[in-house]
Write a protein that binds this ligand. Structure first.
Ligand SMILES: CCCC/N=C1\SC[C@@H]2[C@H](O)[C@H](O)[C@@H](O)CN12
Length: 557
């Protein structure tokens, strides 16, 4: 281990997760194409002279949907995740038998750039504490990767976490941030590993954001000081995160701390390199510390990738969402439509209510296509409605991301209990999985639907627009002045959820790689609660991470 890790002190390296659910959308159906081409990613890292520490899980946490585990594991409702439950282990082994043969030829021992592989992730923080599960993983990793590669675990730097998270045959490492005492933290590691390198596998340079909370902000000075303390001890450090990221589409996870807390689309993490890859003050503070321990690369720092403010883009409302949605059958990730009819005349407002834990996670309620309001998990679960017998009651149900940490992460989605009207349960529901992404990737609704006349009406609706770039396709950030909450696609690429009313992020990052030059870029927005009368988007050349809704002109149009 010392040779390996001291090597990494001489060579730049990247530590990277492999999210199982990103590659196996259905049991036995694997996807390693495009952004999912793990081998191309590893080969590119090798071309760039980067060594790799790989973290294939199978559980990875990372505020990623269900911590990287595929939701279809929950088809067995009583499955015990991250344990030696035979149903869980069978799925894990099938997956590892597909992934690890792609990794083995790229191991350092075989002339590749992968110097070590992490098994599981902070297992010591999980209630199951099942050593036969870790033993099974060790056996599978060894069988598929061979006897030489360094296998390790990572756990919080507390002895009680290391107790369940470590195993003979897996080198124990710890993770902690700048607010921890370095000596105490490594003391916990030494409790398990009396010899071998001191390793902080996740030195927290920032932190994650939840919708409705503040954007994380960790002092550059504090981060730099903690790094200096560790390097002074001769420790090995991986910074988490060194480069911020984005939870595109529906990939963001959630936490459960007494109540459900969904994570934002942006995973900027207040990292030294931002979500868009731009250097920050924190990067230079870290660089200064490292220069005290080893020579820095010669030459100037690479400049940030160019950004461009494409400006205002007008959108047009197309037919209200639900008229269109019911024709989108297929595999749903983000949205389901639940439809029934009022069983009787409701001439005076009646209470439509949801039982506890039944709305997972937000339900947009329409009666005769008129928006009535939003039911939300651990929030508002009652609405007043009135109408006639036979009126159509629709609930568009949104998945806001599966819990990715802790014991409650068998996180089922949908309308999990029956709604009632004045305490009398409703029945005869029709359920539509909405394969919106597949339809949008095939050009819907740009060509398919006429512009709608009913501007500004509240409730779920699709909006479309196009814009051309001035001959370049640079990164940009899109702002939603006056919009409420929804989902954005450009050229069929799902850029994630926006929720300016909730914040903290007010813009979505748009990588230049998904933009087109010389032909229109198609924008599709699914607004869930209410768009502005003049539906514009504003493309900026900088992000707005931490801004409550102000009354600046940018927010009011
Ligand atoms: C006190 C920390 C407990 C949870 N661990 C976290 S929160 C942010 C990071 C990422 O989730 C990362 O994937 C975890 O390994 C460690 N960590």
């Amino acid at each position: 281990p010392r040779r390996m890790l001291c090597l990494c002190r001489r060579c730049p390296l990247c530590m990277v997760y492999v999210p199982w659910n990103y590659h196996e959308p259905q049991p036995g159906v694997y996807d390693f194409t495009g952004d999912r081409d793990v081998e191309a990613f590893l080969d590119l890292a090798a071309e760039l002279g980067l060594l790799v520490i790989l973290r294939p899980g199978p559980y990875i946490c990372a505020e990623w949907d269900m911590g990287g585990l595929p939701a279809w594991l929950l088809w067995k409702a009583d499955i015990i995740l991250r344990s030696s439950d035979p149903a869980y282990l069978a799925a894990v082994d099938a997956w590892l038998h597909v992934l690890l043969p792609k990794i083995k030829p790229r191991l350092y021992q075989h002339g590749g750039n992968i110097i070590s592989v992490q098994v599981e992730n902070e297992y010591g923080s999980y209630y199951a504490c099942d050593p036969s599960y870790l033993q099974h993983l060790l056996g599978t990793f060894r069988a598929l990767l061979g006897p030489e590669v360094l296998l390790f675990t990572t756990d919080g730097a507390q002895v009680e976490e290391l107790r369940c998270g470590t195993l003979q045959g897996l080198y124990a490492t710890v993770d902690f941030g700048p607010d921890s005492n370095v000596t105490e933290a490594f003391g916990a590691q030494r409790h398990i590993e009396p010899r071998g390198p001191l390793v902080n596998s996740e030195y927290y340079t920032g932190w994650l954001d939840y919708w409705g909370g503040p954007h994380a902000s960790t002092s550059a000075t504090l981060v730099a000081r903690g790094l200096a303390d560790m390097l002074q001890l001769g420790a090995n450090v991986n910074m988490y995160m060194f480069h911020g990221g984005t939870n595109f589409a529906y990939w963001s996870g959630a936490d459960f701390k007494g109540q459900y807390k969904p994570v934002t689309t942006s995973y900027d993490y207040d990292a030294p390199l931002s979500e868009a890859g731009d250097p920050t003050e924190k990067l230079f503070a870290i660089r200064t510390v490292i220069s005290k321990f080893q020579p820095l690369p010669v030459g100037p720092m690479p400049p940030p990738a160019p950004k461009y403010a494409y400006g205002w883009v007008t959108l047009h409302k197309v037919n209200a969402c639900l008229e269109a949605c019911a024709v989108l059958p297929g595999l749903a990730h983000g949205f389901m439509l639940y439809r029934t009819q009022l069983p009787r005349d409701i001439l005076a407002p009646a209470m439509l209510s949801a039982p506890p834990h039944s709305i997972c996670d937000r339900g947009y309620v329409m009666l005769q296509k008129e928006y009535q309001g939003t039911l939300e998990r651990d929030g508002q679960t009652e609405l007043h409605v009135k109408g006639k017998a036979g009126d159509t009651l629709d609930v568009l149900l949104e998945n806001m991301g599966r819990i990715s940490f802790g014991a409650n992460f068998n996180d089922f989605k949908g309308l999990l209990g029956n709604l009632s009207l004045d305490s009398r349960p409703l029945s005869k529901w029709l359920i539509y999985p909405l394969a919106i992404d597949a339809a949008i990737q095939q050009g819907w609704p740009h060509a398919a639907l006429p512009k709608s006349s009913c501007r500004g009406r509240a409730g779920p609706a699709f909006y479309t627009g196009t814009f051309e770039t001035p001959g370049i396709a640079w990164d940009t950030f899109v702002k939603f002045p006056g919009w409420s909450k929804g989902q954005l696609w450009i050229n069929g690429f799902n850029l994630g959820r926006y929720w300016p009313h909730e914040g903290p992020q007010q813009t979505l990052f748009v990588p230049g790689s998904i933009l087109r030059v010389g032909c229109p870029n198609n924008i599709t927005v699914l607004e869930l609660e209410g768009a502005p009368l003049n539906p514009f988007l504003l493309f900026l050349d900088q992000p707005l991470f931490n801004r409550t809704l102000s009354h600046s002109p940018l927010d009011k149009k």
